[in-house]
Design a protein around this ligand. Structure first.
Ligand code: COA
Length: 174
């Protein structure tokens, strides 16, 4: 992990400075968002509006990951709560290519996990990761998530069904 990312990170609700600049680092850099971005003629503006809607519709909390020293937006992380009535929430994230392998996601996931674990409604945190995505599952393991197994043909990504590792973390409260 870089020295900067280890201690200089902020998670900012999308819509506030510097999160507005998130559109410039671009959802189009993420394989998970590229198809949606391409479908939308307004590109990143449309992406940002969708992040706002998540809170309004109760589907989750979307944050920009920003470098606290430079105020630069480097990526996105969210806590997704569509299944919160069952006590389960999940998380997902991306970092723009030019900011990868500097420890940003590890730091952001650690912060998001600590916050989410403090919420009474959250009994289980989940993560779904494609097996090839070592950067993602290494970050998850570094933040205390445990691999529970491989979900075969779990999700449609583009034109293909994808297997996913499922990871979880059970918040421990006093
Ligand atoms: C996966 C992703 C979020 C990782 O973000 P990152 O900020 O580069 O990750 P970090 O620098 O915090 O690295 C986390 C760990 O993974 C390792 N790592 C990062 N990228 C890696 C790669 N491409 N291959 C192997 N290991 C990698 C790091 O060395 C670190 O390991 P350590 O904790 O043992 O030191 C980023 O590559 C990305 O945005 N990818 C595209 C979108 C995506 O896949 N999102 C996740 C969907 S589940």
């Amino acid at each position: 992990m870089s020295r900067r990312a280890a201690g200089a990170l902020a998670c900012v609700p999308v819509g506030r400075r510097p999160a507005r600049r998130l559109g410039r680092v671009g959802p189009s850099h993420s394989p998970h968002h590229v198809s949606a971005a391409l479908r939308c003629p307004r590109g990143s503006r449309c992406y940002l509006e969708r992040q706002h809607q998540r809170l309004a519709e109760g589907s989750g909390y979307s944050f920009a990951i920003a470098d606290a020293e430079t105020d630069e937006a480097v990526g996105n992380i969210g806590l997704w709560t569509s299944h919160i009535s069952t006590g389960r929430a999940s998380t997902g994230y991306w970092i723009a290519p030019q900011h990868r392998r500097l420890g940003y996601v590890r730091a952001a996931l650690s912060a998001l996990t600590a916050w989410a674990s403090s919420l009474d409604d959250v009994k289980r945190l989940e993560l779904f990761v494609e097996p090839w995505n070592e950067g993602s599952w290494r970050a998850a393991e570094a933040c205390g998530y445990q691999r529970e197994g491989l979900l075969r043909s779990w999700q449609q990504v583009g034109t293909e069904r994808k297997d996913m590792y499922v990871y979880s973390l059970i918040p421990v409260r006093d």
